[in-house]
Design a protein around this ligand. Structure first.
Ligand code: PLP
Length: 361
């Protein structure tokens, strides 16, 4: 097989070991002789696997007691409405930080269920930084943040201290660094950036914030439906959960989240140093907010004239693919390039990219 490093923003690269284990389970799950895709979720092996995935996540993120872990369909995008439906009363308000396209989608959706206070925004500067000083609204139910802005490559290095509790979309950096879960009332994340394949989103919710809104919640959208059933109220995305299970084992064997953070910092520093020292390329995000997960970069204006950029970008991307460096095209709203270097991207991949950038110059 051709050696490829996949820099896709999501779905994204997974540990090879995890995908190989998942592939084997399609033929025969845990020595049962039955493939995992063909097995009822009401069987001991599957129930055990889902329960183990929950406890692995609890261990890796040091989730304190009082929190529930759910595996749900609908991606992170369903959580944009499910969160306010469950915890934001129609006559109450919530504070939202507008730090990127996903953050903006979350706040737009919340407006359908209660009052939203946009307490800060970096939209006017194409979301190239995280706003630092903002006032929270007295009486707001929660403060919503997007921990890592996948498209713009910015990341909250320190979370703001919420008057009540934080609600966080952690889709693109969950498990990349240790976090203090006790600051959060609710964390949600689609799996397909840093945890597994598409098809499952994880919700970590402090149970005492639930059951306080007046509205009648549709059964499937109510977290309280899924909690006592351990995400098995209906058929869960078993295979996606299983791949996540293998990824979590991989992460645990590697030394857990604290060790992962060290590796992620090394990878990101290597690429940022290369960009800062390059005469051809530069990063687009404010230095103090730079993401360790998604690194957008462009040609420097003084190196490539505006009317030559598009042609040069095509050349760069084509030559990169020839070297096995895939999916480096930037998001259309930033342009240029983006290297997503999630947990599963090995150091080797970042080294290959840096070498290629030097050679290309
Ligand atoms: C990818 C992404 C989403 C959307 O996830 P889906 O699972 O496709 O709905 C939401 N928020 C962030 C921060 C993302 O990176």
């Amino acid at each position: 097989m051709k050696k490829v490093f996949n820099f896709s923003a999501g779905p994204s690269t997974l540990p090879k070991q995890a995908t190989e284990e998942a592939a084997a389970a399609i033929a025969d799950f845990a020595g049962t002789g039955v493939g995992i895709l063909e097995m009822s979720h009401r069987t001991k092996p599957i129930e055990g696997m889902v329960a183990e995935t929950e406890s692995l996540l609890k261990e890796l993120l040091s989730i304190p007691d009082g929190y529930e872990i759910l595996f749900l369909g609908g991606g992170a995008s369903l959580q944009f409405c499910m969160v306010p439906i469950n915890i934001l009363d129609s006559n109450a308000s919530a504070d939202y930080t507008d730090t990127g396209v996903w953050a903006n989608k979350a706040l737009k959706e919340a407006k359908k269920f209660g009052k939203v206070n946009v307490v800060c925004s970096s939209k006017d500067s194409v979301y190239n930084h995280i706003p630092k000083n903002f006032e929270q609204t007295a009486g707001a139910t929660y403060l919503h943040v997007t921990s890592n802005n996948t498209i713009y490559g910015t990341q909250w290095k320190e979370f703001p201290k919420a008057n009540t509790y934080l609600v966080c979309d952690m889709s693109s950096d969950i498990l990349s660094r240790p976090i203090d879960v006790s600051k959060f009332g609710l964390i949600y994340a689609g799996a397909q950036k840093n945890m597994g394949p598409a098809g499952v989103a994880t919700v970590i919710v402090r149970s005492d914030i639930l059951g306080k809104v007046q509205r009648d919640i549709p059964t499937m959208l109510d977290y309280r439906t899924h909690i006592p059933e351990h995400s098995m109220f209906n058929t869960p995305p078993v295979f996606s959960i299983y791949v996540m299970n293998r990824v979590l084992h991989w992460l645990k064997n590697l030394g857990g989240v604290a060790e992962m953070e060290k590796i992620n910092n090394k990878k990101a520093n290597l690429l940022y140093d290369a960009l800062d020292n390059s005469k051809l390329f530069k990063g687009t995000a404010a230095k103090e907010d730079r993401s360790t997960m998604n690194i957008p970069f462009v040609f420097r204006d003084e190196a490539v004239p505006a009317d030559k950029k598009e042609e040069m970008e095509k050349k760069f991307l084509k030559a990169a693919v020839e070297k096995g460096l895939e999916q480096l095209k930037g998001h259309r709203s930033v342009g240029g390039f983006r290297a997503s270097i999630y947990n599963a991207m090995p150091m080797e991949g970042v080294e290959a990219l840096v070498q290629f950038m030097t050679d290309f110059k």
